[in-house]
Ligand binder design. Structure first.
Ligand code: HSE
Length: 436
C-alpha cells in the first residue's frame, strides 16, 4: 500500500491527540483508505516538556524546517496556536506546495484573506474543520453537503467554556465569577479566560462560518461582539420566568431584500424548548437554515484532545486524497471558487425583541414615564412584570419584553430613560432570538 507522510507542528493537547490517532489507529485508517498515513515528524518548542501522548522520540524535532518545505511531507498540520510563527509557517508550507491543516481560528479569522489567497494562488488546500465547533464536522457540511443551498442563516453555540459557565449559572444559580473560578479549577477555562468570556474565540469561529455560508470573510471588528462577563444571576432567573434560556449565541444571516449580511455574537435569550437552548456544558451546536435543506442541527464536543483531533484527522484524510493519482479537484478551501463581497448591516439597524431589566423607585407615574419614552421611540411593549422591593438595589425591578424594534431606536430610548430620577440602577439589555 502507498504511504503518505504527515508532519505535525505542535504537540499540545490537540497535537497529542492527532499523534495518538495517527500512530494507534494506523491500521484502521489504512483499512478504510486503502493506503497508509504516516506520522513522519513532529515539531515541538521544547523537546523535554510533559505531554498527554508521547510519540517515538526519533520523530521529534525542534526545527520546523524539517517539516515545512520538506518535499517528502506533503501534508503539514499546524497546531501551534497563536499568530506567529503559525502565519509564516503556514504561508511557507503553502508556497512549498504542501497542503495545510490547522485548528487555528484566530489565525484564519485575522490573516485569512492573505492565507486563503496564497492557497488559491498555489493550488493548495488550507483545511480547518477543527477550528470551528471542535468535533462537529460543520465545515464539511457547509462546503460539500449543502453546496446547492442558498444559506439563509447560521446560528451557533461555538464556545464550550462560556456555555459551561452559563449552564452552571442557569442550573445552579452561580454568579459569573463563581462559575468562572469553578471552570478554571476543573480545567474548562484558561487561567486568562479573556478570549473565551469576551466572545473573541466564538467571534473568530463565526467569521469562518460566515465565509463558508456566504462567501465573504468578515473581520470581527465589523460586527457586534459582546461576551458574558456582565451577565447576572437575576438576568438568567428573569429570562427563565419569560420562558427563555440565555446562551452566548453566534448568528449570521443573509437578507435577500437588501443583499446584506447580519452578523452578531452576544448573549441572547432563546425559547427554552428550542434545540439550541438544550445544549449544555461544554457542548457546541450549529443550526444551518438553507432554502432547500431547511433546518439542520448539529451538536457535539466543541473542544478537548480527542474530539478536536478527530476533526483534524478528517482534514488530513481529505487532503491525502488529493495526493492520489487521478485525484478529483478539491473543493475550494472556503467552499467558494468566486468569493463574494457582501456588506454587513450595522448592528444599530438590527430588528429584534429586547429584554430590559430596570431598577426604579416604586411611586406613581414611573411606569408611565418609562413606557412614554419607549412609545415615543417606536418601541412597543409585549410584556411587563414588576417585582417586589430589592434592598440591594434600593428599588423595585421592572422587567420589560419589547416587540421587535430597531436597535438604534431602543438605544435612544434607553439613553432617555437612564436620565429619569426614578431609576436607581443601570438598565440591563439582552437581545431575544425567536428564530431558533
Ligand atoms: N476555548 C474554546 C472553547 C475551545 O471553550 O470552546 C477552542 O476553541
Amino acid at each position: 500500500m502507498a504511504t503518505i507522510n504527515v508532519g505535525l507542528l505542535g504537540l499540545g493537547t490537540v497535537g497529542s491527540g492527532v499523534a495518538k490517532i495517527l500512530i494507534e489507529e494506523a491500521e484502521l485508517i489504512g483499512q478504510k483508505l486503502g493506503y497508509n498515513l504516516r506520522l513522519a515528524k513532529v515539531c515541538v518548542r521544547n523537546a523535554s516538556s510533559a505531554r498527554n501522548y508521547s510519540p517515538p522520540s526519533d520523530l521529534i524535532t525542534t526545527n520546523p524546517d524539517e517539516i515545512v518545505g520538506n518535499p517528502n511531507i506533503p501534508i503539514v498540520v499546524e497546531l501551534l496556536g497563536g499568530l506567529e510563527p503559525a502565519r509564516s509557517l503556514v504561508l511557507k508550507a503553502l508556497a512549498s506546495g504542501q497542503h495545510v491543516v490547522t485548528a487555528n481560528k484566530a489565525l484564519l479569522a485575522i490573516h485569512g484573506r492573505e492565507i486563503f489567497q496564497k492557497a488559491t494562488e498555489v493550488s493548495r488546500e488550507i483545511k480547518f474543520e477543527a477550528a470551528v465547533a471542535g468535533a462537529i464536522p460543520v465545515i464539511r457540511v457547509l462546503k460539500e453537503g449543502l453546496t446547492a443551498n442558498r444559506i439563509q442563516s447560521v446560528f451557533g453555540i461555538l464556545n464550550g467554556t462560556t456555555n459551561h459557565i452559563l449552564t452552571r449559572m442557569t442550573q445552579n444559580g452561580l454568579t459569573f465569577q463563581d462559575a468562572l473560578s469553578e471552570a478554571q479549577k476543573s480545567g474548562y477555562a484558561e487561567a486568562d479566560p479573556t478570549n473565551d468570556v469576551e466572545g473573541f474565540d466564538a467571534a473568530h469561529k463565526l467569521a469562518l462560518l460566515t465565509a463558508l455560508a456566504y462567501g465573504t470573510l468578515p473581520q470581527i471588528a465589523d460586527f457586534h461582539v459582546e461576551g458574558v462577563t456582565n451577565l447576572e444571576p437575576d438576568d438568567i432567573a428573569a429570562a427563565q420566568e419569560f420562558g427563555y434560556v440565555i446562551k452566548l449565541l453566534a448568528s449570521s444571516s443573509f437578507s435577500p431584500t437588501d443583499n446584506r449580511l447580519e452578523i452578531r455574537l452576544h448573549p441572547a435569550m432563546l425559547p427554552k424548548n428550542s434545540l439550541m437552548a438544550g445544549v449544555n456544558g461544554v457542548m457546541n451546536a450549529v443550526m444551518i437554515r438553507g432554502h432547500a435543506c431547511g433546518d439542520i442541527f448539529l451538536s457535539g464536543a466543541g473542544a478537548g484532545m480527542m474530539p478536536t483531533a478527530s476533526a483534524v484527522m478528517g482534514d488530513i484524510i481529505e487532503a491525502s486524497r488529493d495526493l492520489l493519482p487521478g485525484a478529483a479537484p478539491q473543493v475550494p478551501s472556503l467552499g467558494w471558487k468566486t468569493l463574494q463581497s457582501w456588506s454587513i448591516k450595522p448592528q444599530a439597524e438590527a430588528r429584534l425583541s429586547y429584554f430590559l431589566r430596570l431598577t426604579v423607585v416604586d411611586k406613581p407615574g414611573v411606569l408611565s414615564a418609562i413606557s412614554g419614552v419607549l412609545g415615543r421611540h417606536n418601541i412597543s411593549i409585549a410584556q411587563v412584570i414588576q417585582k417586589g422591593f430589592d434592598p440591594n438595589r434600593n428599588g423595585v425591578t421592572l422587567i420589560i419584553l419589547t416587540h421587535e424594534a430597531i436597535e438604534k431606536d431602543l438605544l435612544a430610548a434607553l439613553a432617555e430613560t437612564d436620565k429619569l430620577d426614578a431609576l436607581t440602577g443601570p438598565t440591563r439589555l439582552i437581545r431575544v432570538e425567536n428564530q431558533i
